[in-house]
Ligand binder design. Structure first.
Ligand code: 5AD
Length: 437
């Protein structure tokens, strides 16, 4: 079959799509880059917010519209939590829950024999058809934390770690295929190995010593999991100087309601230590605006936490803490009530218009903050891993430094999938301009 794969949402979803891609290729199928050429389309959906639900639905509808005859399989967290909504979209051939995802190739094949017409393969299409320079490798699934806002721990269940040897074998295979950067992904990577009697630090060390991967990056890691003993790992320059430490709020009362296990001052201390031990480190984060509350007096923090939902004061405190942290990048989320989570039951929800206003203020700060980070590197020479050229302009290239600065350049020669020393010259939209030399 000719197979078109797409995911919505997190890096873990992306890593699962990459694994599926390899599974389909191994089973003798072909990957295609345009869904109209496919016999089978697979969507890995996301349900982290209502926006993610909507994006998942839109993608399903678009694939169906563009290719009315292909088989359509929908999997992932939205399919897991709201299968009836997926069914209601109509003309989805199969819904695969998260637990059955690993058998998806097999399920697709049995479905395909009955209902997918097999078009002739296009020669030359293989796993690289996905066109990603960085590979996301899943090291664990599930999360035992219960943050009050989060539906992902419900959609993905308890923590399970992948055995070390499987991960090492996957990284080695990726390196052999030319991959230059591996991003370790999961729902709760800091919990890696607890069920196997090992831990994340050991895994990172093993990957660095037992594989030749040029760059290794950690995806999101909870602040309480970043033990001081881990920092020595960054003595190895192949480990990217980038920590994504989801803060969620810069106000202690809000953090408490969210069920987060740190205060802002603990967080600030952790970041200070990290920055001291890892020079030029990029610290990036996630922030939720407009978190609800259970009642007017659910926190004993003076003026804070006394209002309905995140109060204007709490938001102001959050904003000013976030400003002080000088993040290199901030993902801003408007709080979205997810069914089955504790926060969705909190009676005091913040009105949408107010969440939107706060999100805009936070986004403005995010932009200033990342520009300030980038400016520090103006005139510096950095290694950039260049990706694929721009779709409409084959001489326009974009890539990332190990500390997560997006760099743009122009080159007639192909830079695809090369790591090149690049002089960063100045700010441009979305990052910095650089000259390869
Ligand atoms: N509403 C808004 N944002 C959310 N996130 C998780 N759950 C919600 C929710 N219910 C955000 C968090 C998390 C990121 C992946 O998604 O900031 O770190």
């Amino acid at each position: 079959m000719r197979v078109y794969l797409q995911s919505v949402g997190c890096k873990l979803n992306q890593s699962e799509i990459e694994t599926l891609a390899r599974g389909f290729v191994r089973a003798g199928h072909w990957l295609v880059q345009a869904c109209e050429e496919a016999d089978l389309c697979v969507v890995n959906t996301c349900t982290v917010t209502q926006v993610a639900d909507k994006k998942s639905r839109q993608l399903i509808r678009r694939l169906r519209r563009v290719n009315p005859t292909a088989c359509l399989i929908v999997t992932g967290c939205y399919a897991e939590m709201s299968p009836q909504e997926v069914r209601a979209i109509g003309e989805v051939d199969l819904i695969v829950g998260n637990e059955d995802k690993e058998r998806l190739v097999e399920l697709a094949e049995s479905l395909g024999r009955e209902s997918c017409g097999s078009k002739a393969p296009i020669p030359g299409f293989h796993a690289l058809a996905l066109g990603h320079t960085r590979a996301f490798v899943k090291i664990q699934d599930g999360c035992n934390n219960r943050c009050a806002y989060c539906i992902v721990s419900l959609a993905r269940g308890r923590e399970r770690s992948r055995p070390r040897q499987n991960i090492l074998a996957e990284v080695r295979a990726l390196v052999a295929a030319g991959c230059k950067e591996v991003v370790l992904s999961g729902v709760h990577i800091g919990g890696y190995g607890r069920d196997l009697g090992t831990e994340l630090g050991q895994l990172v060390e093993d990957i660095l010593t037992e594989t030749m991967v040029p760059r290794l990056r950690l995806s999101s890691i909870e602040p309480w999991d970043l033990e001081r003993s881990l920092f020595r790992l960054w003595e190895n320059p192949r480990l990217c100087r980038h920590l994504h430490l989801p803060l969620q709020s810069g106000c202690d009362a809000t953090l408490q309601r969210m069920g987060r296990r740190y205060t802002t001052s603990q967080y600030a201390r952790l970041v200070a230590v990290a920055r001291r031990l890892i020079p030029d480190l990029a610290v990036t984060t996630d922030i939720i605006v407009g978190f609800p509350s259970t009642g007017p007096f659910d926190s004993a923090q003076g003026e804070l936490g006394t209002g309905p939902g995140e109060t204007p004061d709490e938001f102001a405190v959050s904003l000013s803490f976030v400003e002080k942290m000088e993040f290199a990048r901030i993902h801003v989320f408007k709080y979205s009530a997810r069914p089955g989570t504790a926060a969705a039951e909190m009676p005091h929800q913040v009105p949408y218009a107010e969440k939107k206003r706060r999100s805009e203020a936070m986004l403005e700060l995010a932009q200033e903050s990342s520009q300030r980070f980038c400016r520090r590197f103006s005139g510096r020479r950095m290694e950039v891993l260049w990706e694929t050229p721009h779709r409409d302009d084959k001489q326009a290239w974009s890539g990332l430094t190990d500390n997560y600065i997006r760099v743009m350049t122009r080159s007639e020669l192909s830079l695809a999938n090369t790591i090149a020393s690049t002089k960063l010259e100045g700010l441009v939209k979305g990052g910095m301009y650089g000259e390869v030399s």
